[in-house]
Design a protein. Structure first.
Length: 189
């Protein structure tokens, strides 16, 4: 039985959303096409009607996660609030819905051009967004500070997620917030 174009588009979106969450939670190699399709509520047989390969899906899933992150971060008008929210224990604990760069950065380096190109485009935009939020200094100085800020945030989140000691995890997040000069009380969003 054929599905309508609208249903096919909806199915495509469900697959991309499921893959985006599962890849962030378990990594590219930790998730099978079967698991993605099951999470999307669809059968394995329909996968290749939507995607050329798992790598094609990975590029779309990472792009989706990065778009969602950019949308969330675009609401901030203060870099300190953005950093504080990013380095919160809540974000640290929510890998499946959190930062794709922190969850998949090392894996992305080993992916094909589509996935890497998407990340490169996203990072350039993020550096511009962060530089706009930073105050003082020349444009070149703000860009350098933007790169340092984002790299520090991502690195801190990776380390905080990697350790098996909750106290150390919180200490890492707090230390980086402090070192970036953006320590704020954690807030729920």
């Amino acid at each position: 039985m054929r599905v309508s174009r609208e249903q096919a588009a909806e199915n495509h979106e469900q697959i991309v959303e499921a893959a985006s969450r599962l890849f962030r939670q378990q990594g590219f190699d930790g998730v099978s096409v079967d698991a993605i399709m099951q999470q999307a509520g669809l059968t394995h047989g329909g996968f290749y009607g939507h995607f050329k390969s798992k790598e094609d899906l990975a590029a779309q899933a990472v792009a989706r996660a990065l778009e969602q992150a950019a949308e969330r971060q675009s609401r901030y008008t203060d870099i300190a609030d953005l950093v504080s929210n990013y380095l919160s224990p809540r974000h640290c604990a929510d890998r499946a819905n959190g930062c794709a760069i922190a969850a998949l950065g090392a894996d992305i380096a080993r992916q094909g051009k589509g996935v890497r190109r998407g990340l490169t485009t996203h990072l350039r935009a993020q550096f511009d967004r962060f530089a706009h939020l930073l105050k003082g200094g020349t444009a070149a100085h703000r860009r350098k500070q933007a790169i340092t800020t984002l790299a520090g945030m991502v690195g801190a989140l990776i380390l905080a997620r990697a350790v098996d000691d909750p106290a150390l995890s919180k200490e890492i997040l707090a230390a980086v917030k402090d070192s970036l000069g953006t320590a704020r009380a954690d807030r729920d969003c």
